[in-house]
Design a protein around this ligand. Structure first.
Ligand SMILES: *Cc1c(COP(=O)(O)O)cnc(C)c1O
Length: 433
């Protein structure tokens, strides 16, 4: 590790030490934040490359700065790899992150004041899907839809009813805390019926789609946005896929000369962003290359197997899971019947070396700042090589933390040490190599 930053170590020991501390944290604890994983060493190297220097506003072959022969080749490589990986018609790799990607989608398709169907944050949706404190809820009108409060699942009849009543111009499908598969085909039927753009946000589940263990949105959606960090294990950045033709050109963009692909590109630059982050594009290209391998597909499959094994073990220990299980990478511990809150539990877990976050569960009666749930994800543990058998141990630690929540400071040092010892048996990508 120390050899990786020989200059920083000498020139800026403070930042160097903070990197070392973070590396230690990430290799001696169980990282169970559902949106995190470990970037590969190749991604870290590409991200730290001199491509951070270059300004290249515009797109390959049409830049506003000179000297972009190499960055053109790099961006085209990322785009070609991404298109092959997902089988999409068009890709834009310039968004700085997932939220700016989503902002670009709004700017590409809508006018301020238009109606957008999305899931509220308190029900597992993302800020950018029309939540009131975000630009998306201030500049656009959110028509909310949400999972059923009893089952935790989306009811497509209900989604259709809301769409028919409200006639949104765009429908978001894709969440941050939903443990079940999404039925893009059913969403597409509804979107077509009300003549709305269907936009998938696959930030959380892209690797599951690549691995074939989650339905594929590409045939069904006009636009698809994503992050490249989270389970894809790439740089902190975003990308957008789309069809080339705008099926609602006559209805919504009659006076525009742009097709859908061009609307998306213009939504990113010059509408939302200036110069792209080419070091992130370099890292995204290499993340896409790795994502095409069998090894990556096996990782995607193992993420779900691990999440399901963890669910079963927790339920066997008497810890209920919201919705009764998972079909993805995440699960929600349901503490509605306990005296302690989701926040109490997530803080106690963190003291013991299990890093997660508190989260609302379906039917939650506690406030969003306390909640009755903890969201747990398996991408990071899977990146480190953990399998179903390891989830049994993880479940036992989680159960012990919950059982000892009132005397957590007494038990924390022991559990913390056990977990650090357990972690020493694994190789953490980007840290132990
Ligand atoms: C994480 C996430 C985003 C945004 O990503 P940032 O890179 O944090 O801006 C967008 N949509 C969904 C569903 C997400 O989970």
């Amino acid at each position: 590790m120390s050899e990786r930053y020989p200059h920083l170590k000498v020139d800026d020991p403070e930042v160097y030490d903070l990197i070392q501390r973070q590396a230690k944290q990430e290799s001696t604890t169980l990282k169970m934040i559902a949106s995190e994983s470990y970037a590969s060493i190749d991604v870290l190297e590409a991200c730290g490359s001199i491509f951070t220097n270059k300004y290249c506003e515009g797109y390959p072959g049409a830049r506003y700065y000179e000297g972009n022969e190499v960055t053109d080749a790099l961006e085209n490589l990322a785009i070609e790899r991404g298109k092959t990986l997902f089988g999409c018609e068009h890709m834009n790799v310039q968004p700085y992150s997932g939220s700016p990607a989503n902002a670009a989608v709004y700017r590409a398709l809508l006018n301020p004041g238009d109606k957008v169907m999305g899931v509220p944050v308190s029900d597992g949706g993302h800020l950018t899907h029309g939540w009131k404190v975000s630009f998306s809820g201030k500049d656009y009108v959110q028509v909310p839809y949400r999972p059923n409060q009893e089952t935790g699942r989306l009811n497509m009849d209900e989604v259709r009813e809301i769409a028919l009543r409200e006639r949104p111009k765009m429908i978001w499908v894709g969440m941050s805390a939903y443990p079940f598969k999404l039925d893009y085909a059913a969403f597409a039927e509804i979107a077509q019926e009300v003549e709305a753009y269907l936009v998938a946000d696959i930030a959380h589940i892209n690797a599951l789609i690549i691995a074939g263990v989650h339905p594929d949105p590409v045939p069904y959606c006009d636009v698809i946005s994503s992050t490249s960090h989270k389970m894809l294990r790439g740089p902190r950045a975003g990308f957008i896929m789309s069809k080339v033709e705008d099926r609602y050109h006559a209805k919504y963009h009659e006076n525009s000369k742009w097709n859908l692909a061009q609307l998306v590109d213009r939504g990113v630059f010059p509408t939302m962003q200036g110069g792209p982050h080419m070091h992130a594009v370099a890292a995204m290209a290499t993340a896409f290359k790795f994502a095409q391998t069998e090894e990556f597909k096996n990782y995607g499959k193992q993420i779900v197997k691990n999440a399901q094994a963890l669910c079963e073990e927790l339920e066997a220990l008497g810890r209920p899971i919201a919705g009764g299980g998972t079909e993805t990478h995440l699960l929600l511990l349901d503490f509605r019947k306990n005296d302690f809150t989701g926040k109490d539990a997530s803080q106690a877990l963190a003291k013991c070396g299990i890093i997660a976050n508190f989260n609302m569960v379906p039917g939650d009666t506690r406030s969003p700042s306390k909640t009755s749930g903890v969201r747990l994800g398996t991408p990071s543990l899977t990146s480190a090589g953990m399998k179903e058998g390891d989830m049994k141990k993880v479940a036992e630690w989680i159960d012990r933390v919950c059982a000892n929540i009132n005397n957590i400071d007494e038990v924390a040092p022991t559990i913390r040490a056990e977990i650090a010892e357990f972690c020493s048996g694994f190789k953490f990508p980007g840290i132990d190599e």
